[in-house]
Design a binder for this molecule. Sequence first.
Ligand code: C2E
Ligand code: MG
Ligand code: MG
Ligand code: MG
Length: 278
Amino acid sequence: KHAKEHNQFNAFYQEGFDEAHLRRLAIVEQLPKAIARGSFTLVAQPKVRATDGRTVAAEMLIRWHDEQLGWVGPDEFIPLAEQSGMITEITHWVVEQAEQWVNQLRTFEDDIKLSINISAVDLINDKLANDLVALSQRNMQRYLILEVTESALMNEPEKSIACLKMLSELGYEISIDDYGTGYSSLSQIRRLPINELKIDRAFIQYLMTQPDDQSIVRSTIQLAHELNLRVVAEGVEDEASWHWLLANHCDVLQGYYFSKPISFEELHLRLLKEKEHA
Ligand code: C2E
Ligand code: MG
Ligand code: MG
Ligand code: MG
């Protein structure tokens, strides 16, 4: 009995009182106030054409600074926002911001596209779908790419896939994010309305020293192209990887080598400069 109590105490202590748990509780408590307080900002990371490094799109990435918690990364709070349902409101806010960004950028660059990250939860309730239907009535669909992970589709596959099909028919581009980390294969996702495949950073990170990763990336690019998908490599950090990916026909690259995520003003300036040198 004593041992059992002891174990329970340990479990309670580990699950109940450690610092990480307290931080998660605080995040869940502060999250609902973050939008109204203006604590979220968006940055964007350029997605560049492999052939010449020109910016063809940018991925919007959320940032949160809380007075008490400091900087909280999306990997930390997005999963909690998904669990608490707050993600629906967050995605709504991101979509609103994306429309504002597009409206400013298209005044001088009409070919720009912005990617937004969509959660599993967004695909099974009506809020995002309604927002994007409304946006399409203002002709916004050609400027937006929706990034969805493979695992987001596994949640409620039929509902999620119906939602994606509807959005694709409206003219939004769909991208499979973090490809290769889930359990699906291209044969499973080939029936989905997809335009783009983003190969996960895990396969790109050690590309130059790992022949296995090279085989995986090379064959993924080939197969994706046969299915008429554009291929993006995530997390490109050096010139050698760029050249390797270019030689192996990867279409678009994203990573610190080309640019870290930047503010709206920096993105605006970058696109203006590229326009001048065109
Ligand atoms: P993701 O969509 O796969 O985004 C790419 C992540 O990789 C970003 O991290 C980006 O800063 C990072 N990254 C880009 N290039 C490099 C590189 O060369 N090296 C390394 N080490 N990292 C690189 P971030 O901004 O921390 O976002 C993490 C994840 O959080 C995202 O992964 C996405 O799943 C999620 N997320 C971010 N913003 C949003 C959002 O607005 N809504 C939703 N639902 N999820 C979001
Ligand atoms: Mg993404
Ligand atoms: Mg990704
Ligand atoms: Mg990722």
